[in-house]
Design a protein around this ligand. Structure first.
Ligand code: SAM
Length: 286
């Protein structure tokens, strides 16, 4: 039995923990994977790391050694007791018992930067898979003052997040992620790296937040509204889906807008670049 598996089963037994499926509890037991996460996150002694869903603290232990400070946000109260016991000797850990979707991360980061000598903020997590997308969207749309997000998520979702607009595996979220960051694949992770084993293959990805916006002077709300509408009916032509969503008044107007952007009426959402969607946005708002 590997050491991490031994440690994990020992802690679960000691605290009478049964993994809670509805909270997405799949605990990491693979040191190779953990080392890859830690290395790719490039954590230094001037960094604040925010860990979402620390669970039993497997990843936390490594983060605490590398970072200036670690703030863990965990929903399950049972995990809080374990984390407090396990890391009572560390003075660089703060634990927040809350739903990450309810935490005001912006104020938290501002406050930390104000009161300590923190240079960069990095998010690291083995995310609960039942809310992967809402968490990623929150992290990006809140425009947090962070440098990167290194997360383990379902492979299927990961591939969509880090696809390039125009690739095959895209969805509306591909464009949002691409707008805010440059994504890279770190490592594919099999079921056997967790207990209990999840039903899907996992993947670690790193999202490096862009320092400069990739598209300047754009009405983001309209841009993302158009992208979402285009992918809602991705089998349809862009002209049909944007007309059905009332982005275009009618097909006539839609044809003019698309032609003015240098696009054909029978083009589909997945063939467009982010710049194409930006052109449509500006043309509509003209
Ligand atoms: N980091 C641990 C590891 O790698 O072994 C546990 C990862 S487990 C996949 C996901 C963790 O997220 C669980 O500990 C779960 O309780 C926690 N969690 C689930 N929903 C959450 C939420 N809304 N906010 C914060 N934590 C949550």
């Amino acid at each position: 039995m590997n050491n991490l598996l031994k440690e994990t089963t020992y802690i679960m037994k000691k605290y009478k923990i049964k993994a809670n499926k509805s909270l997405g509890q799949n605990f990491l037991i693979d040191e190779f994977v953990i080392n890859n996460i830690i290395e790719s996150a490039q954590i230094g002694k001037e960094d604040l790391v925010i860990e979402i869903g620390p669970g039993l603290g497997t990843l936390t232990k490594y983060l605490l050694e590398k970072a200036k400070k670690v703030i863990c946000i965990e929903l399950d109260k049972k995990m809080i007791t374990i984390l407090e016991d396990r890391f009572s000797l560390y003075n660089n850990l703060q634990i927040i018992n809350n739903d990450v979707l309810k935490v005001d991360l912006n104020s938290m980061i501002l406050e930390e930067k104000r009161k300590t000598q923190i240079k960069n903020v990095k998010i690291v997590a083995n995310l609960p898979y039942y809310i992967t997308t809402p968490i990623i969207m929150k992290l990006l749309e809140s425009k947090l003052d962070i440098q990167s997000i290194t997360v383990m998520i379902q492979k299927e979702v990961a591939d969509r997040l880090i696809a390039k607009p125009g690739d095959k595996q895209t969805g509306a979220i591909t464009y949002t992620v691409y707008y805010y960051c440059e994504g890279e694949k770190v490592l594919e992770v099999p079921h056997t790296s967790f207990i209990p084993e999840p039903e899907v293959t996992s993947e670690v990805i790193k999202l490096n937040i862009r320092k400069e916006p990739i598209i300047k002077n754009i009405d983001e709300i309209t841009l993302f509204k158009i992208i979402k509408a285009a992918f809602m009916q991705r089998r349809k032509t862009l002209l049909n889906s944007l007309t059905n969503a009332h982005i275009f008044k009618d097909k006539e107007e839609g044809t003019i807008v698309l032609n003015n952007c240098g696009l054909l009426e029978n083009t589909r959402a997945e063939n467009l670049t982010l710049q194409d969607f930006a052109k449509i946005t500006n043309e509509i708002l003209k």
